[in-house]
Design a binder for this molecule. Structure first.
Ligand code: 13P
Ligand code: SF4
Length: 367
């Protein structure tokens, strides 16, 4: 590693560079680092970032890659904070995970705090024998401490690709599931599995008993945390109706974080990777209305020019936090790394890491 600087350079030094300079300097830093670095990019990342990624994918695929590439000492994670934490938990202890902008969080992940989940668990324990009857299932879009909670309480994590298999696993062990923080992924998956509506309740962390009677808690098989993705909640049933009317024969494909009324009207539902794979392998001339983040849809539009690809909304729905990772931040992280400076190192504390890994390993075994 060439060591020309004694302190890391600030990101401000990179913000006035032209796109061409940023591309060339990031590529040069990557070349200098060679196989010491692995760049992972989530499907929602901007083109200017994704073009440097060694791999792109959905949360599950990127978590698997982070776990599998033990020979790379540095993982530069172009995604959001919970994804980088997951990479740190699953990678080897001598590997270092870097998130180019620490402000790249996830508003859904912020909708469940450990104090609220602890309170919920205690409230449930006053009504039912919680440890014997409830499996906690946490969507990977969550802080590491919540994954640790699940590991410690016999629970498991899931992603949008494996939620059904995970819920099967969970119900095979205990009669109820506490699913957090996304109520929509939980409900949409349970709907597909045929769980009756009266077996589901919603837990609002700001209300006593989550807003439920003790009788409702006793009867429930699925307790859905009141949380959502602000990007996917923008898609409305009327958008599906509009595209079906305007483009007869159009296929509607959406992410399971969408509201159930949208999911129930769609032809296909799945993770970002499933959406990309499905549209990419469709016949030329087919038309697709896609209900997920805008960067992904715009890239799909360009890469699948023999198909008609539409964004399933009239308003722009970008993931503002994913968007925080841009060419200047990536170039800043990569050049500093090539100069021997690790910036924005993501470290999950050891006590959280051990339990969180148990929950993630259970998921990996299921998927
Ligand atoms: P995927 O796992 O499908 O990529 O989804 C991640 C996400 O944050 C969707 O909003
Ligand atoms: Fe979180 Fe929604 Fe962004 Fe996905 S799209 S990272 S769930 S805010």
């Amino acid at each position: 590693m060439k060591s020309v600087e004694t302190v890391p350079r600030p990101v401000a030094d990179f913000q006035a560079l032209t796109p061409e300079e940023l591309f060339a300097r990031t590529a040069a830093a990557k070349q200098a680092l060679g196989d010491r670095v692995l760049i992972l990019g989530h499907n929602y990342q901007r083109d200017e970032v994704i073009e440097h990624a060694d791999f792109r994918g959905d949360s599950l695929l990127l978590a698997k890659l982070a776990a599998a590439r033990a020979e790379r000492p540095y993982i530069v994670f172009c995604g959001v904070h919970f994804m980088a934490e997951t990479a740190d938990i699953l990678s080897r202890s001598k590997q270092t995970v870097i998130l180019p902008d620490l402000a790249a969080g996830c508003s859904m992940a912020d909708m469940a705090a450990i104090e609220q989940v602890d309170e919920c668990w205690d409230a449930l324990a006053r009504i039912i024998p919680v440890e014997e009857t409830v499996t906690p299932v946490v969507y990977v879009n969550s802080a590491a401490v919540l994954k640790a909670f699940c590991g410690e309480h016999g629970g498991i994590t899931c992603t949008s690709s494996n939620a059904r298999a995970v819920m099967d696993w969970a119900w095979a062990r205990r009669e109820k599931i506490l699913f957090f923080p996304d109520e929509h992924l939980g409900r949409n998956t349970a709907n597909k599995m045929g769980l009756p509506r009266d077996a589901m309740i919603v837990w609002d962390p700001f209300l006593p008993n989550g807003g439920n009677s003790t009788e409702a808690v006793r009867k429930a098989r699925l307790i859905l945390w009141k949380g959502h993705c602000s990007v996917h909640q923008m898609f409305q049933p009327a958008h599906v109706d509009y595209f079906r009317k305007k483009y007869p024969g159009v296929k509607v494909i959406v992410h399971p974080e969408c509201h159930e009324e949208v999911v129930n009207r769609a032809d296909l539902v799945g993770s970002t990777e499933f959406i990309i794979r499905t549209v990419s392998s469709a016949s030329a001339g087919t038309a697709w209305a896609v209900g997920t983040e805008l960067n992904l849809v715009n890239r799909l539009k360009r890469e699948q020019a023999d198909k008609r690809v539409f964004f399933l909304s009239s308003t722009v729905c970008q993931c503002a936090t994913m968007f925080r990772i841009d060419a200047p931040h990536l170039c800043w992280a990569m050049e500093n790394l090539a100069d021997g400076h690790v910036v924005n190192h993501i470290v999950v504390p050891d006590d959280e890491k051990a339990w969180a890994k148990i929950a993630l390993d259970r998921m990996m075994a299921v998927s």
